[in-house]
Ligand binder design. Structure first.
Ligand SMILES: *Cc1c(COP(=O)(O)O)cnc(C)c1O
Length: 355
C-alpha cells in the first residue's frame, strides 16, 4: 500500500495549508473583517427570510435574482456578465484552472495575496512573481517588462494590494492591462474602502475582468465573490465553476443584504473614519513604520514582529504576522482597523508589546 507522500502530486506535497489562527475570545484584527454585525432588527428580518428558503431543493445554479441585484447595486455596466464564486477564492481557482494550458504563465507583483500562487501551483500554471519596490509600491517598469517578456495568460493585480494596503497608480495599472496579451483580473476586494474601481472602465479593455467580494463589507461569513467580465470569458468560467457553488442560504442572505446596502456602506464608513487616526497612532509608536493603506488594514514594520505578535496574542489581540513569508515582509504585522474600542485596545497592547 502506497503512502500519501508516494501518491500525492509533488506540487501539493510542497504546499502548506492556509494558516488560520484560533480566535475564540480575542480582539480579532487578523482577517480584514468589518467589525460590525447586522443591526438586530435587520438580523431578525434576515432570519425570517432564511426561514422561507427551500433548503430541500438545490440552488438555482445561475442565481439570476442575485446577479441582477448585484449588477444594480454595484453599477455594473450594461452588457457585462457576472460570474459568482463561493468567495473570490473560488473565482481565483476557476479562472486559474480555465486558463491553465500547458506552459501558461500566471504573473503578479509580489508580495501579494498568496491564493494566486497556490492556484498557479494547483492548476499547473507557471508562476512569475515580480518583486514590488522596497516601499511596497508597484515596480512599474519591471512589471511592464515582465509582462512583455513572459506573455502571461493571466495577470492578477490586487487593487489595493493585500497584505500591503498599497493602491497602485491608476494610469500604471491601465498601461499594464494594455500591455498584457492575456486576461488581467483586477482584484478589488477592498473597493468599499479604496473608493477606486476599474468597473466603470471595463469597456476600454477587452482583456480586463474585475473581481470583488462581499467579505470585506460585513459579509465574510456568507462566502460570495463576483467577477465581472465580457460574456466570452464568463461562458468559459461557467464551465469550470461547480454548478451549485452558491448555496440557497447565501443567495437569499446576499439578496437581503444588498437590499440594505446603505447599512453595509455605513459600516464601512465607520471603519474608514477610524483609519487615519489608527494610522497616525501606529506611526507614532517607537520603531514602527506604517505603509500607506487604501484598505481597512495597515501593514506595519516593527523591530521584532515575532515577539510583538506573541505579546499581543497574550494580551488577547490577534493580528497577522508576515515575518518569514516573504523577504520584503520581514518583521511585518498586518492589523485590521476595528471598532474605536478595539483600536484603543490594540494601540495600548502594541505600545506595551514593543517595550
Ligand atoms: C480577502 C481577499 C480576498 C478573499 O476574498 P473572499 O471572497 O473572502 O474569498 C481576495 N482577494 C484579496 C486581495 C483579499 O484580500
Amino acid at each position: 500500500m502506497k503512502t500519501p507522500e508516494e501518491l500525492v502530486r509533488p506540487e501539493i506535497l510542497a504546499l502548506q495549508a492556509y494558516p488560520v489562527a484560533e480566535a475564540e475570545g480575542m480582539v480579532k484584527l487578523d482577517a480584514m473583517e468589518n467589525p460590525y454585525r447586522l443591526p438586530e432588527p435587520l438580523a431578525k428580518q434576515l432570519a425570517e427570510r432564511l426561514a422561507k428558503v427551500a433548503i430541500n431543493r438545490y440552488p438555482d445554479p445561475t442565481a439570476p435574482r442575485l446577479r441582477a441585484r448585484l449588477a444594480q447595486a454595484m453599477r455594473v455596466p450594461a452588457g457585462y456578465e457576472i460570474v459568482l464564486g463561493n468567495g473570490s477564492d473560488d473565482l481565483i481557482q476557476i479562472v486559474s484552472f480555465t486558463l491553465a494550458r500547458p506552459g501558461a504563465v500566471m504573473l503578479t507583483p509580489e508580495p501579494t495575496f498568496v491564493i494566486y500562487r497556490i492556484n498557479a501551483n494547483l492548476s499547473g500554471m507557471r508562476f512569475v512573481g515580480v518583486p514590488l519596490r522596497s516601499d511596497l509600491d508597484l515596480d512599474y517598469e519591471a512589471t511592464l517588462a515582465a509582462v512583455r517578456e513572459q506573455q502571461p495568460a493571466l495577470v492578477f493585480l490586487a487593487y489595493p494590494n493585500n497584505p500591503t494596503g498599497v493602491l497602485y497608480a491608476e494610469d500604471q495599472v491601465a498601461e499594464i492591462i494594455r500591455a498584457a496579451p492575456g486576461l488581467v483580473v483586477l482584484d478589488e476586494a477592498y473597493h468599499v474602502y479604496a473608493r477606486r474601481s476599474f468597473l466603470p472602465r471595463l469597456a476600454e479593455f477587452e482583456n480586463l475582468a474585475v473581481m470583488r467580494t462581499v467579505s470585506k463589507m460585513s459579509l465574510a461569513g456568507i462566502r460570495l465573490g463576483y467577477l465581472v467580465s465580457r460574456a466570452g470569458w464568463a461562458a468559459q468560467f461557467n464551465k469550470v465553476r461547480q454548478v451549485y457553488n452558491i448555496n440557497v442560504l447565501t443567495q437569499a442572505a446576499a439578496e437581503f443584504a444588498l437590499e440594505h446596502l446603505d447599512v453595509l456602506e455605513e459600516q464601512a464608513q465607520r471603519v474608514l473614519a477610524e483609519r487615519p487616526g489608527v494610522g497616525s497612532a501606529l506611526a507614532a509608536l517607537p520603531g514602527v513604520t506604517v505603509f500607506p493603506s487604501a484598505a481597512n488594514f495597515f501593514l506595519v514594520r516593527v523591530p521584532d514582529s515575532n515577539r510583538a505578535y506573541e505579546r499581543l496574542r497574550r494580551q488577547g489581540v490577534l493580528v497577522r504576522n508576515f515575518n518569514g513569508t516573504h523577504p520584503m515582509l520581514a518583521n511585518c504585522l498586518r492589523i485590521t482597523v476595528g471598532t474605536p474600542g478595539e483600536n484603543r485596545i490594540l494601540l495600548t497592547a502594541l505600545r506595551e508589546a514593543l517595550q
